[in-house]
Each structure stands twice: as structure tokens, then as C-alpha cells.
Write a protein that binds this ligand. Structure first.
Ligand code: FVH
Length: 295
């Protein structure tokens, strides 16, 4: 988080948990902020902190060249900006979107005379504006917009530009969240296994955290294998061995009275890859099996 940038005037639409956290960070760093929120009362604490409050979204957009939007979803962005003149604006959309929605929104903004940057927030509100918290946003779309406003954008959370394709910020965001949900699934299964036993959850928690940390290096091996096309490169625990070991995991779940439903989809894919004659690989080949026709 940087807060040594020139004082800047900007607009923020959306004062939910995340929008309000961004607003507080910009105000605390001395930037001049105009805010708007559909439910006007949510702007009151920010007005007390020095924000100018616009009565309408169109008015807020008219107040500044740089307009940041942090609303619930893409439909709310459409609704909020329907009556606003975006000509000459630099629109930064931090609302969570799919890559397709972000690309369509970029076209939509360009058609209304605005430069566009999409953002994906990798933080929860308490991390925002806190130096060293690790909060950051992915940004993609107009490089010029990003370069012009990088300093002020990096005040609430670090700023990582990932490409001109407006869909890339959302894609990076969702890729990381997807990895996180896989981890949450494994953690849920692990705790379910010990739930009825005389093992303190906090003791297992430390062990899980330590083990997951030790395993994170595998992400780099997967990347190397994908890049080289050789999925046997550097393999330590091959697929044939892992599929054989699956029986122990499933039998343990049964013994402990735990549904295997969080594990079985991944094991089914590993088995399919093994059946295709890829026992010497790691699990990287599963990625190829996931390819399907985009909607
Ligand atoms: N909060 C979090 O932990 C996550 C972290 C990662 C990124 N997400 C995304 O950030 C966007 C905003 O999330 P939020 O936490 O601020 O969400 P809420 O507190 O629920 O506030 C929603 C705001 O959106 C406004 N809003 C909703 N619908 C409309 C609409 N049709 N027209 C105009 N504004 C609308 C709502 O207004 P109000 O209910 O106060 O009137 C809030 O300002 C989001 O994309 C997350 O996925 C957050």
C-alpha cells in the first residue's frame, strides 16, 4: 500500500462493506473523494470523514474524471450508471464480474466515450488500507488509464496489472478463488474426519496449515509441466501410486462416518487419466480432462 501520491480527486460509487473500506482508505490518505450510494444513509459516516456526497450516480460521475465503481454485481453497475454521462471518464470497475462480463463492460464503456479498467479485489474489507496486510487488486484493460492512476489506485490495496484484455483481472481473481475453494473443501473433509474423535480441532489446524504450506510448491511443478507439455517432468508421486492410495482415503472416510463427496470428483478425474495410460504423470493431466466447450 502506497500513500505518498499527489492528492487526487476521484469518485466512488458503492459504499457496501468493500466500497466503504476503499473510501476510508482514500480519505485517510488525503484524497478528495466524491461518493454515491443507492441507500443514501450509508454515505453519512464518510461525509463526516470529509467525503462529498452526490445525490445521484450521474452527479457523482460528473464530479471527477476518475470514477471507481464497487457494487454488488454487473447488473447493479448497469443500473447505477444507466443515466450517467461517461464521456471522458476513466472508469474503474471493482465489482466482481466474470471475464465475459468484464469484456462486455469494457466495450460498453468505450462506446460511451470512457477508458475502462476492470479490477478484481484480492482482500476482505478489514485488510483494505492496512499496510502489510497483503491486500491487492488485479487490474486489466486500458494500460494508459492504469499508468495515469496507478498511485491513487494503490492506496487502499496494492495494484497488479495483468494485461490489456479487460477480462484478465476477473480471470485471475476467479482462478485464485477457485484454488482457495479447493483448499477449503480439503480442510472441511479433514476436520470432518476427526469431528467425533478426541483430537482438538486447534491441534489439527496447526498440522493442516503446516502441511498445506509444505505442499504449495507443487503449484510451480504443475506450471512447469504445463509449460513444457511433459507431465512426467519432476514427478515425485506418480498418478498410479496416488490412485492406489485413494482407497485408503475413501475407506478412512467410511470408517469415520464421513461422506466422501468432497474428494470423489477429483479422484474420478485421476482415475480417468490413469485409465488413459498416464500412470507415470503427476495430477497435471487432470487439467486437460477439465477442458470443455465454453458457454
Ligand atoms: N466483501 C468481501 O469480502 C468481498 C471481497 C472480494 C470482493 N468482493 C466484491 O466487492 C464488491 C462489493 O462488495 P461489498 O462487500 O461492498 O458488498 P455489499 O456490502 O453487499 O454492498 C453492495 C453494494 O452494492 C450496492 N448495490 C446493490 N445493488 C445495487 C443496484 N441495483 N444499484 C445500485 N447499487 C446497488 C449496494 O447498495 P445499497 O444496498 O447500500 O443501496 C452496496 O453499496 C462485490 O462485487 C463483491 O463480490 C467483496
Amino acid at each position: 500500500t502506497e500513500n505518498t501520491v499527489e492528492p487526487t480527486s476521484l469518485t466512488l460509487l458503492g459504499l457496501g462493506a468493500m466500497g466503504a473500506a476503499f473510501a476510508r482508505a482514500w480519505l485517510a490518505a488525503g484524497h478528495s473523494l466524491t461518493v454515491w450510494n443507492r441507500t443514501a444513509s450509508r454515505a453519512e459516516p464518510l461525509a463526516a470523514d470529509g467525503a462529498a456526497v452526490a445525490a445521484t450516480a450521474a452527479g457523482a460521475v460528473a464530479a471527477n474524471r476518475l470514477v471507481v465503481v464497487c457494487l454488488l454485481d454487473d447488473d447493479s453497475v448497469e443500473e447505477a450508471l444507466a443515466g450517467a454521462d461517461l464521456t471522458g471518464r476513466d472508469l474503474v470497475n471493482l465489482t466482481t464480474s466474470t471475464p465475459g462480463q468484464a469484456r462486455a463492460r469494457a466495450e460498453w464503456a468505450r462506446g460511451r466515450g470512457a477508458r475502462f479498467l476492470d479490477g478484481g479485489i484480492m482482500a476482505v474489507p478489514p485488510m483494505v488500507g492496512v499496510p502489510g496486510s497483503g491486500a491487492y487488486c488485479f487490474y486489466s484493460g486500458s494500460r494508459d488509464l492504469f499508468d495515469d492512476h496507478r498511485g491513487v489506485l494503490a492506496v487502499p490495496a496494492g495494484a497488479r496489472y495483468v494485461g490489456e484484455d479487460a477480462g484478465f483481472a476477473a480471470l485471475h481473481d476467479v482462478a485464485l478463488l477457485s484454488a482457495m475453494y479447493g483448499m477449503f473443501a480439503g480442510i472441511s473433509h479433514a476436520f470432518a474426519l476427526i469431528r467425533e474423535e478426541d483430537i482438538a480441532p486447534k491441534d489439527l489446524a496447526s498440522l493442516i496449515a503446516e502441511w498445506l504450506n509444505a505442499m504449495t510448491g507443487s503449484v510451480h511443478l504443475t506450471a512447469e509441466q504445463l509449460q513444457s507439455g511433459d507431465y512426467t517432468k519432476g514427478v515425485v508421486s506418480n498418478l498410479a501410486m496416488q490412485v492406489a492410495g485413494k482407497t485408503t482415503l475413501l475407506r478412512t472416510a467410511e470408517e469415520q462416518g464421513v461422506s466422501p463427496e468432497l474428494l470423489t470428483p477429483f479422484f474420478a478425474l485421476m482415475e480417468r487419466r490413469l485409465a488413459g495410460g498416464h500412470g507415470a504423470e503427476d495430477t497435471t493431466g487432470v487439467i486437460d480432462l477439465l477442458a470443455c466447450t465454453p458457454a
